[in-house]
Design a protein around this ligand. Structure first.
Ligand code: SAM
Length: 297
């Protein structure tokens, strides 16, 4: 099953790490969520979970992130804190790009691939609703989910735009950009999914890489000089990650900003072709993910 992927991962990381990644694909991931500080607080959520006898763990790199031990996704979705938008179910890895970007109050921020809005609403929360966030999404159906989540999460600093981000006018410029690019999803595969071979194909990787390159080129054009952006994918293939970043770096005056934050040593990291960028390995807590922080000089 997925022999071409095994071959690619073995070429990229070697046999031992490839086997470790495949074990990660087999792992059943724990349910995780983020507290929406625009509507609640960590203390309030902890008290509610304790009163419901829902057991949780925390992570060292974010006070708002919770790992749930003894409840599943559908049970959490029945809780008032979920229905009221006080928590947002989100994978741990997916919480990292906004933390790395560090959205600033007052900044003009572009989220170039926004739906369903996990990272858009997280950036609203991290900036206390005081950033000016433009959330761009081109898919008709997914944009409805984005609108719903932005509304439910009380992310009033978000302006939603339906557009192909590759077509954004070069006249615009932003202080910070998040490009959480469409990807093959090679970091989030589950080998227990019977359909995995139907949708996960070489063609999907090719198609993703093409659109990632076009999106990153556009991001660099409309990022203000001296400012920073984050490029992320839920893929662990260098073709969709480091190769895209290196290509754009060879054509522009850019530098990698090495990613550092408290608790980073807890992450299950894979070797990256670009020093200072992160490749997170899939396991029972984390999805496979890539994150690069880039400054325009
Ligand atoms: N950032 C989102 C979150 O955290 O909830 C997940 C984004 S998902 C990886 C990528 C999204 O980009 C999809 O919703 C897809 O429809 C959208 N997309 C793909 N190509 C796009 C383009 N050229 N312009 C705008 N959106 C695009």
């Amino acid at each position: 099953m997925l022999e071409f992927l095994e071959k690619k991962l073995e070429e990229q990381y070697g046999l031992e790490i490839k086997n470790q990644i495949f074990q990660g694909y087999e792992a059943k991931r724990k349910v995780t969520f983020r507290v929406n500080t625009l509507k609640s607080s960590v203390i309030e959520i902890e008290n509610i979970l304790n009163s419901l006898n829902i057991k949780y763990q925390k992570v060292p790199w974010s006070n708002e992130a919770f790992i749930i031990i003894n409840s599943n996704e559908s049970d959490l979705q029945k809780l008032d804190i979920y229905k009221q938008g006080k928590i947002y179910l989100q994978s741990l890895s997916s919480m990292l790009p906004p933390i790395v970007l560090n959205p600033k109050e007052g900044a003009d921020i572009l989220d170039m691939a926004a739906a369903p809005g996990g990272k858009t609403t997280q950036m609203a929360s991290l900036s206390n609703n005081k950033a000016h966030i433009t959330a761009c999404e081109m898919n008709n159906i997914r944009i409805e989910k984005l609108k719903y989540n932005v509304e439910l999460q009380g992310a009033t600093c978000v302006y939603i735009m339906q557009k192909d981000s590759r077509q954004i006018d070069d006249f615009f410029s932003f202080d910070q950009i998040l490009l959480d690019a469409p990807c093959s999803g090679s970091g989030t595969l589950s080998t227990s999914d019977e359909n995995v071979e139907k949708y996960f194909t070489e063609k999907l990787i090719e198609k993703s890489a093409k659109s990632q390159l076009a999106l990153l080129k556009k991001a660099i054009k409309i990022l203000k000089k001296g400012q920073e952006m984050v490029y992320s994918t839920c893929s662990i293939l260098s073709k969709e990650n480091e190769d895209i970043v290196l290509k754009v770096m060879s054509e522009n005056n850019l530098e990698i900003v090495p990613i550092e934050f408290e608790g980073i040593e807890e992450l299950p990291l894979l070797p990256s072709k670009i020093k200072g960028t992160l490749v997170v390995s899939p396991n029972e807590l984390y999805e496979g993910f890539y994150i690069a922080k880039i400054r325009k000089i």
